[in-house]
Design a protein around this ligand. Structure first.
Ligand SMILES: CC(C)(COP(=O)(O)OP(=O)(O)OC[C@H]1O[C@@H](n2cnc3c(N)ncnc32)[C@H](O)[C@@H]1OP(=O)(O)O)[C@@H](O)C(=O)NCCC(=O)NCCS
Length: 153
């Protein structure tokens, strides 16, 4: 599938919300996305098909020790063709110069597909945040790739 990547802006909010609502039991609000788009330390990347329709997105925040993956979602009809992988690889490329910062994220312990994706990208589970998700009190698996994660046992 041909896909084009570019930074997201406020004009993409409707399409972002459509994918978000189709992807999560407790979707982010529009204002959460607006906040991320406005933050100087955020990187918000979208994948678009040949009709310029948004097919997936990645939202990442720069923290002191790591790039924190805040949100990653692909439209249900566009899954399993490598879009999430492409978006994450773009992140690694764009931040490659930033050698001292690793990458981290939280994922629901039940989200086997996403955990598999992250493991294939080089992330490893380093801990659990009990009851992290407020909708069902599910635990979050904390995953790391790169420098800071290497310091954990
Ligand atoms: C998780 C998600 C982002 C994956 O997007 P995607 O574009 O389909 O992922 P990719 O095509 O790049 O998949 C790469 C690999 O991840 C694993 N994977 C992805 N989806 C999977 C699934 N449904 N079942 C099993 N493995 C899966 C596979 O190893 C896959 O490689 P393969 O297709 O060669 O077997 C997508 O399913 C999604 O949006 N889910 C809902 C939101 C979500 O859970 N986001 C992550 C929150 S932390």
């Amino acid at each position: 599938m041909t896909s084009k990547l570019r930074l997201l802006g406020v004009a993409d909010l409707d399409a972002i919300e459509r994918i978000e609502r189709a992807s999560y039991p407790a979707p982010w609000s529009r204002s959460m996305f607006t906040g991320e788009l406005a933050k100087p330390g955020s990187l918000c990347i979208g994948a678009f098909d040949s009709d310029a329709e948004l097919t997936g997105f990645l939202v990442v925040s720069r923290y002191v020790d790591a790039w924190h993956v805040m949100n990653l979602a692909v439209a249900p009809e566009n899954r399993r063709v490598g879009l999430a992988t492409t978006l994450m690889q773009q992140l690694f490329e764009q931040t490659a110069e930033d050698g001292n910062r690793g990458y981290t994220l939280e994922v629901r312990v039940s989200n086997a597909e996403a955990i598999r994706l992250y493991e294939r990208l080089g992330f490893a589970a380093k801990g659990v945040r009990p009851g992290y998700y407020t909708d069902n009190r599910e635990d979050a698996l904390i995953m790391w790739k790169g420098p800071a994660g290497d310091e954990f046992p």
